[in-house]
Design a protein around this ligand. Structure first.
Ligand SMILES: Cc1cc2nc3c(=O)[nH]c(=O)nc-3n(C[C@H](O)[C@H](O)[C@H](O)COP(=O)(O)OP(=O)(O)OC[C@H]3O[C@@H](n4cnc5c(N)ncnc54)[C@H](O)[C@@H]3O)c2cc1C
Length: 431
């Protein structure tokens, strides 16, 4: 590898790294991106959908050029028990016609496209090589060690994903990942003809659906399920908080099979062929797990910085990764203009993050991860309460009907009035 000093090395070819590399190269900085997978995206997992506001800011033409699956025009959130589903379902045709909401997406296509854009802008993309270590001199990051060689640079942007090994080495955080703040997501993709997807999910041609589910799919473990319709496949999966998963003894493969076989889900997937299984960690602690974002010669972006928002009805990491990749690149471009890559010069990044939607999103929902962790009834008792109450409400037995208020009181009494009031207040405060 070259003896000369580059402007920037980016570690990781996910959305955070690829966007950073694209913008740096566009600005004329000598940029190399290392991705350990054989191609960018080959190791990455998302539910998934992308909220496109941050992509649109970098690529205004993205709706015509990016390899997206379906614009999401149907949003559903469900409580799920062992045999029932209680669903709030929004069908919004306007979202199918415009590009400003969200799209379902396959990471292997999206990440590959982002890397191609970075390469076309002049970045060098090196696939299939892992960065093993950082070159550190007097506490400053001066480059990387990869494939047995050293490569020096003025700045390194670490976008290595959820497991922050290099960020730890740079001294930006210490200790292991906290299992109470980290989740594991498992996903299955089932192939299906486009027309079949549209008929089963009640979709207009070309449009898509996103559904998040809480309850029996994670077998009472804090977490939740998801279903996304792609062009010619359906993705379904479950996310479990690791600390509670370990305590519960729940088998993850059994849980996903049981989710797929649920009476409310199985008819949607019947006849489809499982073509892909994957699993990946998700940082879910929100703002409280944020490491130090910069040091001498180094910045962190995306999942490495803990930038994922899970507020129950919405899971977002890709748009936060893209914004943080953009802000990291803008900070390094500013540092290059004064030829100063010290921590003091790179400190502007923290303020940019705070002022951006990342700071606003994560601060606004700061208390949600703790609320979900401390409210086990959300994952068992409350889905059962909703399903049982509605079952009685919609049943006619031919005798004297029970008044709705006494029906509700009876069911809430079973779940526990005090617990419901306490959790309701906690929920209102968190949301
Ligand atoms: C099951 C699941 C469902 C999700 N659903 C959604 C969703 O629907 N919508 C959403 O917005 N977000 C979702 N997320 C979160 C989202 O996927 C992440 O927040 C996003 O991928 C973060 O992007 P990133 O670029 O920071 O990291 P990543 O996408 O993880 O990319 C990091 C890259 O760095 C590479 N790398 C790591 N170490 C090295 C090294 N030492 N050398 C070289 N390369 C290295 C990896 O191979 C990888 O390509 C989901 C996550 C999971 C696991």
């Amino acid at each position: 590898m070259s003896e000369e000093k580059l402007d920037v090395i980016v570690v990781g070819g996910g959305p955070a790294g690829a966007i950073a590399a694209y913008l740096l190269a566009e600005a004329g900085l000598e940029t190399v991106l290392f991705e350990r997978g054989n191609t960018c995206g080959s190791k990455n997992v998302t539910g998934g959908r992308i909220y496109t506001h941050s992509l649109a800011r970098v690529f205004p033409d993205f709706a015509l050029t990016a390899p997206l699956e379906r614009p999401v025009s149907r949003e559903a959130v469900s409580f799920i028990t062992a045999d029932k589903l209680v669903t709030v379902d929004l069908d919004n045709p306007a979202w199918g016609a415009t590009a400003d909401h969200s799209y379902t997406v396959r990471r292997v296509s999206l990440d590959g496209w982002l890397a191609d854009r970075a390469e076309a802008a002049g970045a060098m993309i090196i696939n299939g090589i892992r960065v093993d270590d950082l070159i550190m001199e007097n506490g400053a990051v001066c480059g990387v060690i990869a494939g047995g060689d050293e490569m020096r640079s003025n700045a390194v942007i670490i976008a290595e994903g959820v497991n922050p090994m290099l960020a730890r080495r740079a001294g930006l955080l210490s200790g292991d990942l906290n299992p109470a703040q980290t989740a594991v997501g498992v996903k299955m993709v089932v192939s299906m003809e486009s027309k079949e997807i549209e008929s089963r999910f009640h979709l207009r041609p070309g449009e898509g659906m996103a559904q998040l589910l809480v309850g029996d799919c994670s077998k009472g473990v804090p977490g939740g399920g998801f279903i996304y319709t792609n062009k010619e496949s359906v993705a379904l999966g479950i996310i479990f908080t690791i600390a509670e998963l370990v305590k519960s003894g729940v088998s993850v493969p059994d849980a996903i099979e049981s989710f797929r076989a649920h009476p409310g889900i199985a008819p949607l997937l019947s006849g489809g062929k499982a073509i892909e299984y994957s699993a990946h960690l998700v940082p879910e602690g929100g703002w409280s797990m944020k490491p130090r974002l910069y040091g001498d010669g180094v910045l962190v972006a995306g999942d490495t910085a803990g930038f994922v928002l899970n507020c129950g009805y919405m899971v977002r990491g890709i748009d936060l990764a893209i914004t943080s990749g953009r802000l990291a690149a803008e900070t390094v471009i500013g540092a290059k203009s004064i030829e100063n890559f010290s921590a003091a010069a790179l400190a502007a990044y923290e303020q940019k993050v705070l002022d951006s939607h990342i700071g606003l999103d994560l601060k606004t929902f700061e208390k949600v991860p703790r609320f979900l962790e401390d409210t086990p009834a959300m994952f068992s008792a409350y889905p059962a309460l909703a399903a049982d109450l509605l079952t009685d409400l919609f049943t006619a037995r031919g005798g004297k009907p029970e008044r709705i208020r006494s029906l509700a009181a009876r069911h809430i009494g079973k779940a526990g009035w005090l617990r419901l009031i306490r959790d309701g207040l906690k929920g209102v405060r968190a949301l």
